[in-house]
Design a protein around this ligand. Structure first.
Ligand SMILES: C[S@@+](CC[C@H](N)C(=O)[O-])C[C@H]1O[C@@H](n2cnc3c(N)ncnc32)[C@H](O)[C@@H]1O
Length: 640
C-alpha cells in the first residue's frame, strides 16, 4: 500500500507544465533527448512559423512572465465542505466556493477540465476605486488567509488600485492574466467565455483575451448601457472634460471554432415592425409550408430558412459525401473543398439543441435577431425585492440572455468573480423558464466589508443582522438562499435544483513537510500523522475528490463495515475508509466487507481504494489488507 505524500502529483492540483510537456512529446517526440526539449530541433520542426524577430506584436507589462508562471504553479490548498451553510447538500449540483479565484481555479483543474460550457465573469473594472487582488508568488494560500482576516496579518492591507499607484494597469493585468489562462483549461471544446468590462481596461482585456483565447475566437463586443447616474453626480464625476460614460461591454470569445451559439431575439420596435426591412426578411417566421424534413429533423414550430429544393439539394450532397467519401475524407475537409452542406449543419454533426445541430432554422418569433447592441436592457436587479443591499449587481436579464445564447440543458456555468451571485440566480431563473437542468459554479472572495466606509456600511450592517461575518461571500450565499426560496414559492411546480453546496478555500489537509531544524525529533513524530488533526473526515474526502478527479457533486454513498465508515464515490470508482484505527484483527473482515460492496457496485473501470495511513499499527496489517483486496481485483490501494 503506497502512501500519498505532499510530493505526489495526485495530492496537488495538476502540474500544468508537466502536462504541456507530455503533449509536446506526443506531437514532437524527435524534439526530446534524454527527457529534455531540444529547442533547435523543435524550431526546425516548426519551420517558418517561429517568430524570431526582436520586436514582436503584443502587449507587454512588468510582471507578465511571473503572471504566466503563477498560473502554472500547482496549488497547495484544498476546498473544505460546509454542509451547514449549504442548501439541499445531498442532492444539489450547484457549487458556491468561497476563496481567492486563482487558487480555486487551480483546484478545479482536475475535476472540471473541459467541462464548463459558459464562463461569465465581471471582474473589477479598475475604475480607481476597486480592490484588485494582489497575488503572492511565495505562498498564495497564506496570503489569502491573511488578506481575508482568517489568519493574523503581517500588515497586508486591501486597498483600492488607484491611478496614483504608478502600477495601475500593471496590477490589474497581473491579476487577470493567470486567471484567464486557468479558466481556458476549464472550458469545453464548444465553450464560450463572456467578460464584462468598462472603458478603463477594455483594450488591455481585448489584448490578453486575444493572446489567451486566440484572436480568431473573438465573437463580439456586446455594448450595454452603463447605469444612469443623476445629473449632479454625472457632473461631479465627469465635469465638462468629457461626456458621461454611457456604455460598458461584454467581450465574447469561444474556446474553438466548434463552439455553438444559439440565436437570440429581441422584440422589434413598432417602428421596425412597420418598416420595409422588418417586413422583408424576417416577416412571419412561422410558416408551416417551410417545415419539411431535413436531415431527420422536422421542425414542429418555426421554419427552415431555405426553400425546400435548395435545402434538399444540399442534403443530397451530404448523403453523397456519406456514401462516397466517408472514411476517406473528413466532413470538415469535404466542406472546405466543396463549400457544400456547410450551411445546414453545425460543425458538431452529433448535434445539440432543439434542432439537433442543424442550422438555418428560424424559431417562431415576434422579434428580430439580436445584434451586439444590448443597450435596450435596463440595469434591473431583483436584489431589492429579496431585501439585500448590494451596489451595482449585474442585470439578471443580461445574464439570462447570455445563458440562452451559449448554453443547453445540463451545461455547467462558471462565474469566478461572483459578487452577489447574479449568475447563480440567472441560471435558476433560466432553468425555470425552459425547465432546464443547467448547473452553476460560483467563486467569491470573502472580501471584507468595512463598517467605517460609507459605501459599505449598509451591507456590513446587513451581515451583522444575519449574524454572519461581514464579507461579500456571505451576501452571495444569502442571495442564493433567498432567490431559491422565492423561486420555489412562485413556481411550486418547478422541481429543478435551487440548492448549492458551499466549499471554502483553505490550506491542504495534508501537512507540508516543513522540518523544524532545531527540533527534528518532534517534526518526525508529528509527521507520523501527516493529515492535519483539526480536519474532519469530510474535509479529507473532498480533498481526495479534488485531487483524484471526480466532480464535487458526485454522489457519495456511505456504509458501515465492521464498525468502520466506508465511502463509495462515483458508484464505486473510489472507495475510501478514513477510520483512525484499524487493528490487525479487523483487517480481514474489513477487506472482505469492502470486496463484497465492490462486487455489488460493479463499477465501470478501475477502482482505487484509499485508507488513512496512520490507522495501521504496523506494516503487517497494511500488507495483509492490500493482499486481500488485490486478490479480488482491487489492485490500486493507497494510503493518505
Ligand atoms: C464587480 S464584482 C461582481 C458583481 C457581480 N457580477 C454581481 O452581479 O453581483 C467583482 C467581485 O469579484 C470579487 N473578487 C475580486 N477579486 C477576487 C478574487 N481574487 N477571487 C474571488 N473573487 C474576487 C470582488 O470581491 C467582487 O465582489
Amino acid at each position: 500500500m503506497e502512501k500519498f505524500t505532499d510530493k505526489d502529483p495526485e495530492t496537488k492540483s495538476p502540474d500544468i507544465v508537466a502536462e504541456n510537456i507530455e503533449q509536446l512529446k506526443e506531437i514532437f517526440p524527435e524534439a526530446f533527448t534524454e527527457g529534455k526539449i531540444d529547442f533547435e530541433v523543435l524550431k526546425q520542426l516548426l519551420g517558418g512559423a517561429v517568430d524570431e524577430r526582436e520586436e514582436k506584436y503584443g502587449l507587454n507589462w512588468h510582471g507578465k512572465r511571473n503572471a504566466r508562471l503563477i498560473a502554472l504553479t500547482p496549488s497547495t490548498g484544498t476546498l473544505r465542505p460546509c454542509p451547514e451553510e449549504s442548501v439541499d447538500w445531498e442532492k444539489t449540483q450547484n457549487l458556491m466556493i468561497e476563496g481567492d479565484n486563482l487558487e480555486v481555479l487551480k483546484l478545479l483543474q482536475k475535476s472540471y477540465a473541459r467541462k464548463v460550457k459558459l464562463i461569465y465573469i465581471d471582474p473589477p473594472y479598475n475604475t480607481g476605486n476597486d480592490f484588485v487582488y494582489p497575488d503572492d508568488f511565495q505562498d498564495n494560500i497564506k496570503n489569502y488567509l491573511m488578506r481575508t482576516g482568517q489568519m493574523e496579518s503581517d500588515g497586508r492591507k486591501n486597498s483600492s488600485n488607484t491611478e496614483a499607484s504608478g502600477r495601475w494597469h500593471t496590477d490589474w493585468l497581473n491579476m487577470m492574466y493567470p486567471r484567464l489562462r486557468l479558466a481556458r483549461n476549464l472550458l469545453s471544446d464548444t465553450g464560450v467565455i463572456c467578460v464584462s468590462i468598462g472603458d478603463e481596461e477594455l483594450y488591455n482585456l481585448k489584448f490578453i483575451m486575444n493572446e489567451v483565447f486566440g484572436e480568431e475566437n473573438f465573437r463580439n463586443a456586446i455594448a450595454l448601457r452603463r447605469y444612469d447616474k443623476n445629473l449632479s453626480r454625472q457632473f461631479m464625476e465627469f465635469g465638462l472634460n468629457s461626456l458621461s460614460v454611457g456604455f460598458e461591454y461584454v467581450l465574447v470569445y469561444c474556446k474553438s471554432s466548434n463552439a455553438t451559439l444559439n440565436p437570440i431575439f429581441r422584440e422589434a420596435s413598432e417602428e421596425r415592425q412597420a418598416s420595409g426591412y422588418w417586413k422583408g426578411f424576417w416577416n412571419a417566421p412561422d410558416r408551416p409550408t417551410m417545415r419539411f424534413s431535413l436531415l431527420g429533423v422536422t421542425p414542429q414550430s418555426g421554419q427552415w430558412k431555405w426553400k425546400e429544393e435548395t435545402a434538399l439539394e444540399a442534403v443530397a450532397n451530404y448523403q453523397e459525401f456519406i456514401d462516397r467519401y466517408s472514411g476517406s475524407e473528413t466532413l470538415e475537409a469535404y466542406w472546405e473543398r466543396t463549400g457544400k452542406v456547410k450551411k445546414f449543419i453545425r460543425r458538431n454533426p452529433a448535434g445539440q439543441g432543439a434542432n439537433k445541430g442543424v442550422e438555418h432554422w428560424i424559431p417562431p418569433s415576434d422579434g428580430i435577431l439580436r445584434s451586439s447592441n444590448w443597450t435596450d436592457l435596463l440595469a434591473s436587479s431583483p436584489l431589492t425585492a429579496l431585501g439585500i443591499p448590494f451596489d451595482n449587481p449585474k442585470s439578471i436579464e443580461m445574464l439570462q440572455l447570455l445563458i440562452q445564447f451559449t448554453t443547453y440543458d445540463g451545461d455547467i456555468i462558471l462565474d469566478f468573480f461572483a459578487g452577489s451571485g447574479t449568475t447563480g440566480h440567472a441560471v435558476m431563473n433560466q432553468n425555470v423558464t425552459d425547465s432546464g437542468n443547467r448547473r452553476y459554479i460560483l467563486v467569491q472572495l470573502p472580501e471584507m466589508l468595512d463598517h467605517d466606509n460609507n459605501d459599505q456600511k449598509v451591507v456590513a450592517d446587513f451581515c451583522d443582522k444575519l449574524g454572519k461575518p461581514r464579507n461579500i461571500a456571505e451576501i452571495c450565499k444569502e442571495r442564493l438562499r433567498r432567490a431559491g426560496k422565492k423561486i420555489r414559492e412562485e413556481h411550486p411546480m418547478f422541481t429543478g435544483d435551487i440548492g448549492f453546496r458551499v466549499f471554502k478555500l483553505d490550506s491542504s489537509n495534508i501537512r507540508a513537510w516543513e522540518p523544524d531544524r532545531d527540533n527534528l525529533a518532534t517534526t518526525l513524530e508529528e509527521h507520523a500523522e501527516h493529515l492535519k488533526t483539526d480536519r474532519t473526515e469530510q474535509d479529507i474526502l473532498f480533498e481526495l475528490l479534488l485531487k483524484l478527479g471526480p466532480d464535487l457533486t458526485v454522489p457519495i454513498e456511505e456504509k458501515s463495515i465492521t464498525g468502520k465508515t466506508v465511502y463509495s464515490i462515483g458508484a464505486g470508482t473510489l472507495l475510501v475508509c478514513l477510520a483512525t484505527e484499524i487493528s490487525e484483527q479487523e483487517v480481514e473482515a474489513l477487506a472482505l466487507g469492502i470486496v463484497e460492496w465492490y462486487e455489488e457496485l460493479k463499477p465501470a473501470g478501475e477502482t482505487q481504494v484509499v485508507f488513512r495511513d496512520s490507522a495501521f499499527a504496523d506494516d503487517v496489517a497494511k500488507t495483509n489488507l492490500t493482499a486481500i483486496l488485490q486478490q479480488y481485483g482491487l489492485e490500486n490501494v493507497r494510503s493518505i
